[in-house]
Design a protein around this ligand. Sequence first.
Ligand code: NAP
Length: 321
Amino acid sequence: MTAQAPLFNRLALIGVGLIGSSIARAAKVQGLVGSIVATARSPATRRRVAELGLADQVVETNAAAVEGADLVIVCVPVGACGEVAKEIADKLRPGAIISDVGSVKGSVLRDMSRYIPPSVHFVPAHPVAGTEFSGPDAGFAELFVNRWCILTPPENADESAVSKLSTFWTSLGANVAVMSAEHHDLVLAITSHLPHLIAYTIVGTADELRQVTRSEVLQFSAGGFRDFTRIAASDPTMWRDVFLANKDAVLEVLGRFNEDISALTRAIRNGDGQTLFDHFARTRAIRKGIVQMGQDVPDFGRPHPGLPQPKLPRPYASSDD
Ligand code: NAP
């Protein structure tokens, strides 16, 4: 083997939407895998994946996709992960790494691990990167550059498998963090799931306001509403599954949010300017912190040609270490 050998010989992608197709594109650009085999649920998507040349091979079933693969990444909505694991369990190659990209980790760990044989290394992952678009045309190779990918390996996970998957993601340009699935779900409930729920709510509320016409809402949307509409355009299947799968953590943060909004409601009703000012000053400081950490990229996850391509030195020597 040379130093240029790919990190994995054969990558199987199950589901080739925004995330799966971005992984395919980025892995190709970086020369991370020897070949890519892909599948999706519908013939239309499989056809499109072949047309776009995203994989070396497009197959009809999930079970066929994983045969001989040393890395399998399940890129389907979280509610479908258990069923997929059941379909592929018998065909997984001993020693292979199986991962996913789901936005909720506790339910995926529970639903998939019951089917995955002990000879296979299961390392769940969540790239915290995305847009409001779906499908194989929506992906792009730079999606993960400078974004976080959170790995949530089970307690007994094989360390070299975790490290190899971590190398895969850093080679796609991501920063990798490792935490428990439970902690991930609480962190994402407040940083991602609750904001999406608020966006879905506010856009629905505006649509139902009788005194303000829909055209007025659109015309004056730059007042703040427009940013919510982008988030509220996110994929309904994916987000239905996220809220069902992360029910406990979302209800926990929603309870706190409701208390805080009641306090602000009271302050407005009572004309309590000091409370409002103090609250807004505190949140402004949080915003400054996010900007300082470089987590504010004003591209809303869309392709950003201004960013450097992730041409990283390859810290690995062979595909089978
Ligand atoms: P997407 O664009 O809607 O793509 C989903 C893909 O999964 C499609 O190719 C779909 O095939 C396929 N699929 C669905 N059920 C399947 C099954 N039972 N067997 C095989 N393929 C199946 O979704 P996405 O945005 O890439 O999201 C995929 C995962 O990434 C989700 O778990 C989501 O939580 C996570 N994620 C999303 C984002 C984001 O911003 N979008 C960010 C981070 C993580 P068809 O097209 O044929 O239906």
